[in-house]
Design a protein around this ligand. Structure first.
Ligand SMILES: Nc1ncnc2c1ncn2[C@@H]1O[C@H](COP(=O)(O)OP(=O)(O)OP(=O)(O)O)[C@@H](O)[C@H]1O
Ligand SMILES: [Mg+2]
Length: 305
């Protein structure tokens, strides 16, 4: 099977488009003074956030605080009422259709709920963004890239020809991830990726996210309610409350905060359980911070073999 770099160069050659340089700056996402409102309801007000290149940034906040709306603003699906959002140094809040198209091929998104096309196979789902951005690609190459992405996410190769309804919840998440990775993005947006998975399935998905982030050099914006995910794989965590990002830092840094929601969230009984399980995982597998289960890396590697 062709390797990632080879496929990438073939895709680029086929597309005959301009190949964007990979981002070399420090902050692939920079948000200043962002405001979002729906009618009378203000969701964000004067929100600032910097996402560092190469990190997994966990984004937490109570239900309805605007985590998904924030993600939609960054990827240009929600026009802010004020403020500036730069992705790879380009202003996405400005009206520049060609720039936007160029940017869109540089990020991948796993929406809350997964949202695969149910009438398409997994492989065809992965091909959707490929066909959109590279309409000149021949079917054989589309098939090969799709199969490669499917295997990359730890699914067996024959999953490419299955329909979403024929897969388990965990497999559907991986299929969604495969589609998000279709265009070799630099930035990955994951909205509640482990919601609805059992603890072992969630742990495996976390480990896969960490592994792919490190091997593919991704930057990840990861919205989650899952404390285990925060402890296991996030480099920093941004907390949404009071219509803005009230704190961003490592978990030990956040524990110093006296914001009432942060205290309740990170010092409550469930947070202590997540911390304990991380400590146990580290004691039994030094160097592996993922929670109970933790066999995803091996599984993903088996899948790639
Ligand atoms: N298209 C829309 N039109 C009107 N209101 C909206 C729209 N999208 C979101 N909202 C409102 O914006 C607020 C924030 O929604 P959002 O989906 O971002 O919350 P969230 O933090 O992602 O919550 P959850 O953790 O439950 O997913 C909610 O009150 C929601 O009702
Ligand atoms: Mg949401």
């Amino acid at each position: 099977m062709a390797n990632d770099e080879q496929i990438r160069s073939e895709v680029m050659a086929e597309a005959e488009g301009e190949v964007p340089e990979r981002f070399t700056g420090e902050f692939p996402i920079q948000i200043r003074g962002l405001s979002n409102a729906f009618g009378e309801q203000t969701i964000h007000q004067d929100l600032d956030l910097d996402v560092r290149k190469g990190e997994i940034l966990g984004v937490v906040g109570g239900s309805g605080t605007g985590k998904s709306v924030l993600m939609r603003s960054i990827i240009g699906l929600q026009r802010p009422s004020a403020g500036q959002i730069e992705v790879f140094g380009q202003d996405v809040s400005a009206d520049s259709p060609s720039g936007e198209i160029n940017l869109r091929s540089r990020w991948g998104v796993l929406f809350q709920g997964g949202a695969l096309f149910s009438t398409l196979t997994v492989g065809e789902n992965v091909q959707v963004p490929l066909k959109q951005f590279y309409p000149e690609l021949v079917p054989e190459l589309l098939d090969e890239i799709a199969r490669y992405k499917v295997v990359l996410t730890g699914l067996p190769e024959d999953a490419a020809s299955k329909y979403p309804s024929e897969l388990s919840g965990g497999m559907r998440k991986r299929a969604g991830l495969a589609r998000a990775l279709a265009l070799d993005p630099e930035l990955l947006f994951l909205d509640e990726p482990t919601a609805g998975l059992d603890p072992i399935g969630a742990a495996n998905f976390d480990a896969l996210t960490r592994e792919l982030t490190d091997t593919l050099g991704l930057t990840v914006f990861l919205i989650t309610h899952d404390l285990d995910t925060l402890y296991a794989i996030c480099d920093r965590v941004a907390v949404l409350a009071d219509k803005r990002v009230v704190e961003v830092g490592t978990i030990p840094e956040l524990l110093e905060s006296d914001h009432p929601w942060i205290q309740e969230y990170f010092n409550g009984p469930r947070a202590r359980a997540a911390q304990d399980s991380k400590t146990r995982a580290e004691a039994s597998h030094p160097g592996h911070a993922e929670r109970a289960g933790g066999k995803a890396l091996d599984k993903a590697r088996e899948g790639q073999a």
